[in-house]
Design a protein around this ligand. Structure first.
Ligand code: SME
Length: 152
């Protein structure tokens, strides 16, 4: 199972103190995008201080105009408010969705908690329809928990 093989690599990246936090986050995006064929855009969004908006962090994939996302807007903005995983098997069926690329068919967003507070998220877009399972959720929760160890 690819996820079990990737977990130690995620932990290794996170604990590499020779790199900055953003370099390590980018390395995680690269690891996931490279090894999981249906992960086509992988990025982090983080809350902008006390403001009710998300800022784009490190990512891999097509550049996006959506570098700032208000709370409540799109899939990402909804996760900022709900504190819950959001799996979207078919983005065209979502009313509150921010399109980044016409190739994207599905999306998964998992929140990141530090001291119980939702401080950001990992966002993955896929060009494959309905590819995400509970195994993706459990794996990405692991990734978010590892990443939370190096975030303020
Ligand atoms: N589709 C997201 C916007 C971010 S992009 O996927 C990079 C959303 O609806 O929140």
């Amino acid at each position: 199972m690819i996820f079990e093989a990737l977990k130690p690599q995620v932990s290794q990246i996170v604990s590499n103190t020779e790199k900055t936090v953003n370099e390590r986050l980018l390395n995680i995006c690269e690891l996931l995008e490279t090894h999981i064929e249906y992960y086509n855009w992988v990025g982090f969004y983080f809350r902008n201080g006390d403001k009710e908006e998300l800022l784009l962090g490190p990512y891999v994939g097509a550049p996006t105009d959506h570098t700032v996302i208000p709370f409540g807007k799109g899939i990402c903005g909804q996760v900022a408010v709900s504190n819950k995983n959001f799996v979207v098997p078919d983005v065209s069926a979502q009313d509150n969705y921010i399109a980044c690329s016409i190739t994207v068919k599905s999306e998964i967003v998992i929140p990141i908690f530090v001291d119980g507070k939702n401080i950001g998220q990992i966002d993955i877009d896929s060009n494959t329809p309905d590819p995400f399972t509970e195994a993706d959720e459990r794996f990405l929760e692991y990734v978010c928990n590892e990443v939370s160890k190096i975030l303020p």
